[in-house]
Design a protein around this ligand. Sequence first.
Ligand SMILES: Cc1cc2nc3c(=O)[nH]c(=O)nc-3n(C[C@H](O)[C@H](O)[C@H](O)COP(=O)(O)OP(=O)(O)OC[C@H]3O[C@@H](n4cnc5c(N)ncnc54)[C@H](O)[C@@H]3O)c2cc1C
Length: 499
Amino acid sequence: MSRHIAIAGAGIGGMITALLLKKQGFEVSIYEKENQAGGRLSFVEKEGYRIDKGPTIVLLPHMLKGILDEAGVSGDAWELLGLDTLYSIHFKDGKRYTKYKDVDRQLNELSEVFPGEEEGFTKYMEEMRKSFEIGQASFLEKSFTRKRDFWTGKNLKSLLRLKAYQSTKKFAGTFFKDEHLREAYSLQTLYIGGNPQTAPAMYSLIPYSEHEHGIHYMKGGYASLVKVLTNTLQEKGISLYVDSKVEDIHKEHGRVVSIMVNGRTVKVDGLVWNGDFPSAADLLDDRRNYEPSSGCVLFYFGVDGKYQDSDVHQFFMGGNFDQHMREVFQEKKVPTDPSFYTFNPAVIDSTLAPDGKSTLYVLVPVPSGSHIDWSQESTFIDRMIKNIEARAFPGLTEKMDWMEVRTPNDADQEGLFQGGSFGIAPSLFQSGVFRPQAKPTALENVYATGASVHPGGGIPIVMQSAKLAADQIIHDFAHHSSTKDVNLNEQLNESISPL
Ligand SMILES: Cc1cc2nc3c(=O)[nH]c(=O)nc-3n(C[C@H](O)[C@H](O)[C@H](O)COP(=O)(O)OP(=O)(O)OC[C@H]3O[C@@H](n4cnc5c(N)ncnc54)[C@H](O)[C@@H]3O)c2cc1C
């Protein structure tokens, strides 16, 4: 039986799925609509400077390493550097809270900045340690292609344990009394475009994991992983076609039989969708309504000089974080006094700019959607530059060699659903079984991987979705002869499941 799997998109999800499938003897071809691989994982490069365009914070290093190993990517080709200082959060009232990998140092920081909160932190770490094990085993590593696999007594117990019914912000409030700390231990839902006020508390595993597993930096920039992966694809004999958009698919009897790429028909035995999943809704007859994650206004700067005394990662909070979140997620308007994140990799990596120079990156959470024409928002952009200069990088405008700005309008144009940066929002009803799965529709041989697919956004988590997609394909092709009967039975069973 022929086993040609086409993958639409060379994002991290598409490339990892390809490597895992090739290892099992599948014939794999990747079609990428842009002129390079990587998707959101890419660089802004200019005049000898380079800076990550999207992902900067390396989380869950054990998951990253485990899946790269499994995909056959050599560990010698990439290197992670652990950060002792995870990041600092600068509040507008002048308070500054720094997070550390080392627990004693953290307790010391708490006793200096927020005396009396040390016990809450210790309890938080203890409780989350147990929750992490459960969350990883019950949700991250499982696919819910069959809905009944989710609605088990054990999973419901896990959901209760992970406080899925509570928001991350409220959950942080059960450990920390001070509002600053409640923000410091819930703002991480923004890493995946979620509202800390509403995203379910299981996403509190992110701030826990920062302390427990550390925050790392990929030497050369996170996007240097793309070259490592494309080299490995080549080495393994996987074809990667760039400037090759999958424009259409042809279905027969509930299966995809071929795809259309640049006007050419390519016969396939299976298709993996790695483009942002809602963008394929029409092609795949998916009729669900999705809510996008938040968008970002991103600033990239080439700087004459270095801000050597700052941390690699920093957060600068606006005067009223809740108000900022309301403006992003409910009122969906240009924020008045936003919090923002800064990335200054020159502190740890001197390879990113010419001698004596450096690159900086600033991310401001803003609403997704196309209702704001960001080209008309120069007042906001100017205000933000002044804000960045005043709070984070003094003298920036003087030292600036160049600047680039990216908005949700650009993300929308590149195919990210409604200009949201992180896939569909990590809300309760778009998480777990409710998120598109590795086998996302009734089409028997169509699979999906990516940030809008379970388990969600972020590089290691998308790698995990690639693993789930590859496992599903391997399983389906091994059982191909009896697939039809099984699927029919599953559909019948699902129609009576408790959903
Ligand atoms: C600003 C920003 C900051 C981030 N920060 C972090 C961070 O610090 N840490 C972290 O872990 N994660 C971060 N992320 C998230 C991370 O980048 C994503 O979760 C991840 O890169 C998504 O990978 P993916 O495989 O889903 O798809 P993408 O990277 O979106 O790749 C999909 C690919 O499919 C292609 N494609 C789409 N449609 C078609 C088609 N029809 N035919 C052919 N090709 C097609 C696209 O061109 C694209 O190359 C950040 C993201 C952004 C935007």
